[in-house]
Ligand binder design. Structure first.
Ligand code: KIV
Ligand code: ZN
Length: 507
């Protein structure tokens, strides 16, 4: 099997996106998780761009030992010197230098000529080789660079000492067959191409990044530049998890990857949390719905045999199990599955009655919860009322006020009240609930959506929290977004108490 190297650029291409900035401690946490995941190269930053980036490359080089640590530069001597300095502590350091090669870049951005660009490319690679043995060259906007000129550039940088040559589709312009053909052209026309690794670096402006990356691999590229959750400049970069699982699922693509796929979900959550970018629910591999089945036909199939509607075993990517969502489209099989999980095994007739009741409820409620099922089977008395209800909520906030929330909740016969401060009214209310439960609960994801439009519209809130190493989801809708947020948080907290061995003492 031929090895395909995984080059992760979450800490450079994704981190440069406004809003995704991380501090050095957070970057080290991500880098350690990437090492655990098994990536071959971590692009840790662009050291000349800021003292913070410089420091992060230094600290990541110290903290992470197995993967190669890579630092980005332009084809500028000063950039290369600063990158070399930042990489001093890396066990294996790589300088990633390059220059634009497309007519747009040569004429408009660089105001230069093709010959001058080749000269600068060669000079940069030779200079970088004076500091490190491993030098990667990128031909920026290679996606829109003519094949003949690109081949000349690649030939020249190989001669100058590059070890890896990156062919970025910087603007996400290419189609898969085009990008694959570009790599094939280089593989067949560039002398000594076998001395280097050709690398892909695809952007997702047309939603083609993963397809383009795979097309390039099938045509000879042996390094893929990717990011976690596909984050990156504009529409993002190729998602690591997608390429890895596409190769893992298709056994005919017999490439060796060093990735521990069971760490994919954890890595995705960590990056999403630290970069404060929620993962879209339907995101391939790592989205909340990637292993959730909601149509009755699919649920029935999955319950008979998982493979009917799933190509990946969720455990393989670190997800506990597939979920069968109870909605008005669910069938008897799904209802029975959930009832069984609650320890309730109805006979056929009883199931029919429960199913009818369930459909009535699902039509009104959209999302039917475990608690609803308990009520449905009349199990209320024996189980006690474990649902935590919001009884009262009062918040104070404003430009000159410390955000404060007072929350009163009820669980069965017991009620409790707490007041807390926070970064805003919602944070304050969450803190008050946390103090009532006395549990370690971390908010991982928070998403508000307006259902239709207008300021009096229903706000739909999803939260994801973690507790005891497990993820829990909460959902609520309310015209008042703060109330919806608190109710969603309580929904997740209720699930924690239901799953917790100590749930009887939640309050
Ligand atoms: O998209 C791009 O071309 C890049 C290079 C700097 C590699 O990010
Ligand atoms: Zn890029």
């Amino acid at each position: 099997m031929e090895k395909v190297y995984i080059f992760d650029t979450t800490l450079r291409d994704a981190e440069q996106v406004p809003g995704c900035q991380l501090n050095t401690v957070e970057k080290i946490e991500v880098a350690r998780q990437l090492e655990k995941l098994g990536v071959d190269v971590i692009e840790a930053g662009f050291p000349v761009s800021s003292p913070g980036d410089f420091k992060s490359v230094v600290e990541i080089s110290r903290a992470v030992t197995r993967p190669t640590i890579c630092a980005l530069t332009r084809a500028v001597k000063r950039d290369i010197e600063v990158a070399a300095e930042a990489l001093k502590h890396a066990r294996r350091g790589r300088i990633h230098t390059g220059i634009g090669t497309s007519p747009y870049h040569i004429r408009e951005k660089l105001k230069s000529t093709p010959e001058e660009v080749i000269r600068r490319a060669v000079e940069a690679v030779k200079y970088a080789r004076q500091f490190v043995d491993d030098v990667e060259f990128y031909a920026e906007d290679a996606g829109r660079t003519g094949e003949e000129f690109l081949a000349r550039v690649v030939e020249a940088v190989i001669k100058a000492g590059a070890t890896v040559v990156n062919i970025p589709d910087t603007t996400g312009y290419c189609l898969p067959d085009e990008y694959g053909a570009k790599i094939a052209y280089l593989m067949h026309h560039v002398p000594n191409v076998d001395r280097v690794i050709l690398s892909t670096h695809c952007h997702n402006d047309l939603g083609m990044a993963t397809a383009n990356t795979l097309a390039a691999v099938r045509n000879g590229a042996r390094q893929v530049e990717v990011t976690i959750n596909g984050l990156g400049e504009r529409a993002g970069n190729t998602a690591l998890e997608e390429v890895v699982m596409a190769i893992a699922c298709h056994k005919n693509l017999a490439y060796e990857l060093g990735i521990n796929t069971r760490e994919l979900s954890r890595t995705s959550r960590l990056v999403s949390t630290l970069m404060r970018v929620p993962v879209q629910p339907n995101k391939a591999i790592v989205g909340r719905n990637a292993f959730a089945h909601s149509s009755g036909i699919h649920q029935d199939g999955v319950l008979k045999s998982r493979e009917t509607y799933e190509i990946i075993d969720p455990g393989e990517v670190g997800v506990d199990e597939s979920s069968i969502i109870l909605t008005a489209r669910s069938g008897r099989a799904a209802l029975k599955h959930h009832l069984k999980a609650l320890g309730y095994l109805p006979g056929k007739q009883e199931l029919d009655i429960l199913y009818r009741k369930f459909l009535e409820l699902a039509d009104k409620k959209k999302d039917v919860t475990t608690r609803d099922l308990e009520v449905l089977v009349g199990d209320e008395a024996s189980r006690g009322d474990r649902y935590i209800h919001l009884e009262a909520l009062q918040v104070t906030c404003g430009a000159t006020t410390i955000p404060t929330a007072t929350v009163r909740v009820r669980q069965g016969e017991e009620s409790a009240t707490a007041t807390a401060h926070g970064n805003g009214p919602i944070d304050a209310a969450f803190n008050a609930i946390k103090s009532i439960t006395g549990r370690q609960i971390h908010l991982e994801e928070y998403l508000v959506q307006a259902i239709t439009r207008g300021s009096d519209d229903l706000g739909k809130v999803h939260v994801q929290v973690s507790h005891g190493g497990r993820a829990y989801y909460g959902f609520a809708a309310n015209v008042d977004t703060v109330s919806a947020s608190v109710e969603a948080f309580l929904d997740a907290v209720t699930k924690i108490t239901l799953n917790d061995a100590r749930h009887e003492h939640a309050l």
